[in-house]
Write a protein of this length. Structure first.
Length: 129
């Protein structure tokens, strides 16, 4: 089966019985909707699950990386919020001027490629109709 978790974890030479046993152990033999609601309930109770790739609880993985992510977010906000407010205020004062158009155009050009790049990085394509 394409994308079979048991085959990914055990390798291509896995026996049918071993794959079935692992699917049962991981709960992959239960309906997806049931597993989804169990996952949601786990999130609400603080259980983020277990990473079979890292062989550790997901909460530990998140906790390790959260300080760096929050630091990066804080630095980004400390730079972009004052810059956006300042440029936006100046553009609003000189509404309709070349400066206003330049700021608006630059903002659109700086934001738009990022969304497209994320889609392409994930292997998705933007469909134009």
């Amino acid at each position: 089966m394409p994308g079979d978790t048991s085959q990914e974890l055990l390798g291509q030479a896995v026996t049918t019985e071993a794959a079935a046993q692992l699917r049962e152990t991981l709960g992959l033999d239960r309906p997806a909707i049931l597993r989804y609601f169990e996952w949601i309930f786990g999130l609400l109770t603080g259980d983020l699950g277990y990473s079979h790739v890292s062989d550790r609880p997901v909460a530990n993985l998140v906790a390790e990386r959260l300080p760096n992510s929050l630091t990066l977010a804080a630095i980004t906000m400390a730079i972009t919020i004052p810059l956006a407010l300042g440029l936006g205020s100046v553009a609003a004062i000189w509404r309709g001027s070349i400066f206003d158009r330049a700021i608006s155009s630059a903002a659109i050009m700086l934001v738009s490629p990022n969304e497209t790049a994320i889609l392409h990085r994930k292997g998705l394509r933007v469909r134009r109709e």
